[in-house]
Design a protein around this ligand. Sequence first.
Ligand code: AMP
Ligand code: MG
Length: 479
Amino acid sequence: MNIDNMILQTPYLTLDEEFYNLTKSDPLEEPYLISFNPNAAKLINLDEESATDPLLVSLLNGTFIPKGASPFAMCYAGHQFGHYNPWLGDGRANNLGTLNGWNLQTKGSGETLYSRSADGRAAIRSSIREYLMSESMFHLGIATTRALGIIGSKTKIIRNTVENAAVVMRMSTSWVRFGTFEYFYYRREYDKLHSLAEYVIEESYPHLQSDEDRLLKMFCEVVDRTATLIAQWQGVGFNHGVMNTDNMSIAGLTIDYGPFAMMDDFNFGYICNCSDTVGRYSYAEQPNVAYWNLTMLAKALSPIISKDKMDKKLEEYGTSLYPNAYIDTMCKKIGLTQKLDSDAQLVEDLIVALHDAFVDYTLFFRTLSHYDGNREDLYDIAMDPIVIDKWLALYDKRLVFEEFTHEQRSSQMLQENPKYVLKNHMIQEAIVLAEDGDFSRVEQLLYLAAHPYDELPEFEHFAGDTPEEYKNIGLSCSS
Ligand code: AMP
Ligand code: MG
């Protein structure tokens, strides 16, 4: 299929008018293509040749509207840093409609009813960050939105400095947020809460559609998916940075990439968002904040689902769902196949050791994947090898209970522990080049994002320790 033949549907517009606002695009000046993602194109059956189709830039710029599309912005509310904001919504995104189960959205496409005092635009740098990182997360096996492509322009926007505006076309199986439910709850529009829940079930939990108890089951599955998602974030060393309830997906996806970071040297309390002065959204707090966000969702759903039953499920999140998902994730990373009660302690000891050792999180697990009893390589990457040594002594004792040979364990661990993740300094270098008109690094990182577990000798320099000056820096929310 080519862009001209795309036919979209707009199921969201069957909801009441209060759920959205129809938008008109405000095109960027002198738009040009920065990158096209063929892996995302496949999901909507779009030909790879679309990369060179002039309509691609027009599609992203809103000057070509596909058949069946009807651009709209979605309305939602949300708790931002713990405070309820009744009026958020897509302030800079146009939803075009749905194709093959993917909801297409241009982010940075101009003001909407929900822009408040902001300009409806997105900077090149934040658009490239979202474009690349969402692809990386997908290939790391983590539920996420995707992105089809990105355009730059001559349109100027004011952030910390004057920057050029971009548009990234995002794709998601759902754009409904916890905050979408909060919007109707706080307005006491419970019939709309109900129709939204039915919409979400149809879109993201279709197997529940004919179940009498589908509303409660939907909530339970949101909790399950969120527990898994956060365990995976922790496992891969991802810090989202802005876990407001409007950035929490009802489908359990990673959405709204802002000041995120992949951990460099492991620091349990790492805060990637430099506006987050108290560390509400630090790496360490992510499982707790997800729980808090789920309690806000339960509150919003309380007029239509039994609060007691939701509370019971929430309790499970803390007592078993999240801890089990996390331990499972970590045990896979360290190559354990048998389950022992003592594994939770081994993982906790590992986290303490990594924190104390000043060792690159990704590099540690990749190096551990080759561990055959010789500890030199692991000592070499840690600032404090003594704590690593102590933990390895525990690990050696634990491996006795495993039936796998070293080779079997190693090949399994190499599929769990990525060689390549997109660290912020790598993305930043790609951004600097792109702002100068050189998009080659964006393409390289897009490739790298899609091959996290491969050995790629030509990209070896992307697999090492982060240069000291770039380690675990904080990022601004401005985007
Ligand atoms: P975020 O936490 O970045 O996902 O955004 C929080 C809210 O601010 C959302 O409602 C966004 O649509 C809105 N927003 C962020 N940046 C802009 C912008 N430049 N123009 C309009 N709305 C924006
Ligand atoms: Mg957001």
